[in-house]
Write a protein that binds this ligand. Sequence first.
Ligand SMILES: [Zn+2]
Length: 257
Amino acid sequence: MKMSQRGMEKPLPELTDEEREIYRRQIMMSGFGEEGQRKLKEATVLITRVGGLGGPAAMELAMAGIGRMIVIHSGVVELSNLNRQNLMGYDQLGKSRAKAAEASLKKLNPGMELVIYTDEIHDGNSAERLKGVDVAIDSPPTLEERFSLNRGCMKAGVPMVEASMYGMEGQVTTFVPGRTGCLECLYPVRPEWHIPFPVLGAVSGIIGCIAAIEAVKVITGFGQPLKDILLHFDAEDNTMKRIPIRRRPGCPVCSDL
Ligand SMILES: [Zn+2]
């Protein structure tokens, strides 16, 4: 059951026979079952930027059977995108990145409701776009977009999976409004950040896939999301560290939640 906006519980959607067959292998997972699949079908995920990080996340979530996806990505496909942006191909050079992603995602899951925006997230549009969203994935290249989505998610009460990477390293955590800290708690002072930054596509792909797993956990209640934990992956020596992080008292974004 899911709470509707009027506070009434409404039943989860039923699966069709075709959906039962498509998702048979994940329904088989102990503790996930058909109820987990129905929760995915009911859910809306917002992903801001579907490049090296958000692209693999969107791909995995589409294939996992998310019912509705909101994709935000500006610009056109360039040669320098092609080492990592798996929703965009050589034949789409010069075309809208968001439209290229739309075409790829539709091939993977034609039944998914897909909402595409060809601009970027900012404080002026985040509230509107986060309406009805169950979980957001924060994966843009700029800090401005990241902190803007963070403010929007905390205000709207939407859990946010924070995924980032640089070269051979990546990190993921999940912020739950009122339960954990937020991106502003993690970086009360803005980190130094320059674009373009180095990316090995396989590394951004791994981090994007972990972000997709986090979204599935938040939606279904299956497994333990990375609440108050920053997962850090170093591909140079293949180590993963779980770093405890805390809510920061007096945080201007989340301390009143
Ligand atoms: Zn905070």
